[in-house]
Design a protein around this ligand. Structure first.
Ligand code: S3P
Length: 201
């Protein structure tokens, strides 16, 4: 259940969460066009504000600095107008305040994948600081699959906590995932309309 912390946002908002490599950005673009909504990406907000890429921020200032900027980007979402699809950076769920903000904002969709799928999709992890050589201690030798499996293990319960809908993306193209999300959203709002004021049975 969402916290009853105020009136629900009058504008539809769809937030995509999940690990890197699940296709959030591509799916968000497809969804935004299919629904006619605006498109936002928390990494994009961070980069625009900092004038640097996420990889540069990690490298120059470290992950904690990035997480502060990311939290600011998540907080900014509630000030945006109009219907929106938001692609949320994979680690944003780590902060409880971000999780609360996301749940209060709209419908959260978890794009879920097996670590093997993620590893296949990210390849060598280029442009992804958490997978780049050196991010895993002095040897820097941890394979992307192992890092992804560890992060996935740490975050799974958090994605589950915020998710209103879950789509397993392993065997689906981005287009198929976007279709599933559109269908699931339609079903959910039909159910909400049908359920209002009616008694079961
Ligand atoms: C991160 C995911 C990235 C980006 C940063 C950290 C994470 O975003 O925010 O590299 O902690 O999982 P995507 O999930 O969009 O790749």
């Amino acid at each position: 259940m969402k916290p009853a912390s105020g009136p629900p946002s009058p504008e539809p908002r769809v937030l995509l969460v999940g690990m890197m490599g699940t296709g959030k950005s591509t799916v968000a673009g497809l969804l935004a066009s299919a629904l006619g909504y605006g498109l936002v990406d928390t990494d994009g907000l961070v980069e625009a504000r900092a004038g640097r890429t996420v990889a540069e921020i990690f490298e120059q200032d470290g992950e904690p600095h990035f997480r502060v900027a990311e939290a600011r980007a998540v907080a900014e979402l509630s000030e945006m107008e109009g219907p929106l699809v938001v692609s949320v950076g994979g680690g944003a769920v780590l902060a409880a305040a971000n999780r609360r903000a996301m749940r209060a904002l709209g419908t959260v969709v978890w794009l879920r994948a097996r670590p093997a799928t993620l590893a296949e999709r990210v390849g060598a992890g280029q442009g992804r600081p958490l997978l780049s050589t050196g991010s895993e201690g002095p040897s820097g030798a941890t394979a992307p699959h192992d890092v992804l499996a560890r992060l996935d293990g740490e975050r799974r319960a958090l994605y589950e906590e915020v998710a209103d809908l879950v789509v397993d993306v392993d065997d689906l193209s981005a287009r198929q995932v976007a279709h599933r999300v559109v269908d699931a959203l339609a079903e959910r709002s039909a159910r909400a309309r049908g359920g209002r004021g009616r008694r079961p049975g």
